[in-house]
Ligand binder design. Sequence first.
Ligand SMILES: Nc1nc2c(ncn2[C@@H]2O[C@H](COP(=O)(O)OP(=O)(O)OP(=O)(O)O)[C@@H](O)[C@H]2O)c(=O)[nH]1
Ligand SMILES: [Mg+2]
Length: 388
Amino acid sequence: MSPEVSSQVAPARVLLVGVDFGLPHFDQELEELGLLARSAGLDPVARLVCRRKVPDAALFVGSGKADEIAELASRQGAVEVLFDQTLSPAQQRNLERHLQLPVYDRTMLILEIFAQRARSYEGRLQVELARLQYLSTRLVRRWTHLERQRGGIGARGGPGERQIELDRRMIGETIKRTRERLVKVQRQRATQRRLRERRDTFCVSLVGYTNAGKSTLFNALVKAQAYAADQLFATLDTTTRRIYLGEGAGSASLSDTVGFIRDLPHGLIDAFRATLREAADADLLLHVVDAANPTYPEQIAQVQQVLAEIGAAQVAQILVFNKIDSLAADARPVAECDDYELDGRRLPRVFVSARTGEGLATLRGLLATNARAHALRHGQSGATALIE
Ligand SMILES: Nc1nc2c(ncn2[C@@H]2O[C@H](COP(=O)(O)OP(=O)(O)OP(=O)(O)O)[C@@H](O)[C@H]2O)c(=O)[nH]1
Ligand SMILES: [Mg+2]
């Protein structure tokens, strides 16, 4: 099949399902799941939301609801069902059997997007590791489940069990090899970082929820062309450029990084820890917020949580409220910058539009002030070192 023909294949039609357990971040419209699906190249054709107190152990939803899902999927011609929550291996299997359709959960969807996007050798290794780890827990649990069934019979090892044991060993070995390769690549990266530290550059990292506009802001600040798109996780690999901040402030290095998301699969946090360390090692974080997204306070909280997990909670931070061009006239900020109270800290906040350039001069000014303070601190610590 020629590439022209294959690129015309319609994206798979999928049905989105969300279960509201009364948690504060529940997204009634399944907006984010829809964006995730589209980012993975799927076409969400229908959405179904239901309420439950607790998940059903076997099917996650009740069996009546499962029938409703099957009926809606068939009416809409959906070929896959995506759940907004994480399913246990057993729930996923039971649902697939019940619906006679492949069922994916949020974690799998995010892993899939990362797998499609990873470009650099290190990024690909990281995603591969996260997927293998995810798969291995599924296999292990599946195996434990069979083990329990077999208990009463007392037979030792059927062909199925041997196969699973083999798969498990193979995955275990691949995980080990992938991890070794990753350690090697990361060691090289650490060496590069140490070289940079010796040069004592003022390092700034853009962090924030996925789709907040980090890459667009990065491009606007350094006039580069990093990939920006209305997709979740458009950026996976860290890109770093030098940015000149003017007389007295000199230049800084600015890094664009991978976006965060609620319930980022743990395997991915682990896998991307090295990449994310760039953020933890920065002198200053520009925390980019999509001010036009009504759920931004929740997104800020999620980003703060990941920052804490990667040991970057104490790094100086400026909140950059982006996309002010798409705010309604009465919601537009009155000042260009102010302070924002976050977990008992007062953080400087600046309002910008990376798209129109509004507020960028103020942001550059703030960056220059911070760069000068950093240079001064560095100068002083140098002097102290001499006295000692
Ligand atoms: N209206 C408006 N849209 C913006 C602005 N900045 C970015 N966008 C849009 O928001 C979307 C996401 O932008 P990106 O720069 O790719 O966002 P990101 O934070 O790098 O996203 P990931 O790399 O996926 O985490 C794109 O469609 C941008 O065009 C802005 O100031 N105003
Ligand atoms: Mg990006």
